[in-house]
Design a binder for this molecule. Structure first.
Ligand SMILES: [Fe+2]
Ligand SMILES: [Fe+2]
Length: 170
């Protein structure tokens, strides 16, 4: 059984991100299928981890280019997820414990849609608002350093910008 289906709700209308997210879902399902078949799912999981590292790094480059603070809740959530995934590998490889490898499948399947629909969607929205083109790396109107006098004067809202998600209390 697939861990997660690719549905229209997951489409954010940002071609590069949608492509990356589709690959994420594919790799997640491949690893889940290995578990279902009772095969060694660790290599597939490590492939998913490597892809996720790239995926998050790409989003974080976009955040930096549009003026997000380095410490924002979207990046923190990425760091948390990578931590868990790396722990799963450590448990399997160093401790010979594969239970987390089986459990994290459900965690990731439940986590991803909410993250994409809130945090990643908010990032795409900010990119559009700021006129950022990931292909050229050009940003028409980046958020200025939060809290700076310049930022306050130019746009009071920019000073409080963290991840841009309404679900975020920052
Ligand atoms: Fe994402
Ligand atoms: Fe993200």
């Amino acid at each position: 059984m697939s861990a997660l289906a690719w549905t229209d709700e997951l489409v954010l209308n940002q071609p590069e991100l949608d492509h990356t997210h589709e690959e994420f879902v594919e790799l997640l399902n491949r690893y889940a299928d290995m578990l279902d078949r009772g095969e060694d799912a660790l290599p597939a999981f490590k492939e998913l981890l490597a892809h996720t590292e790239e995926h998050f790094a790409m989003e974080e480059r976009w955040m930096a280019a549009t003026g997000f603070e380095p410490e924002n809740c979207h990046s923190s959530q990425h760091a948390m997820v990578l931590n868990v995934m790396r722990e799963v590998v450590r448990y399997a490889e160093d401790l010979g414990d594969r239970e987390p490898l089986a459990i994290v499948r459900t965690e990731l399947s439940q986590w991803f849609p909410g993250h994409a629909e809130m945090m990643d969607a908010a990032l795409v929205y900010t990119m559009e608002q700021r006129g950022f083109d990931p292909k050229t790396g050009e940003c028409r109107d980046p958020i200025r350093a939060a809290g700076s006098a310049e930022a306050q004067a130019a746009d009071p809202a920019s000073a409080v910008s963290a991840c841009g998600s309404t679900s975020c209390g920052h």
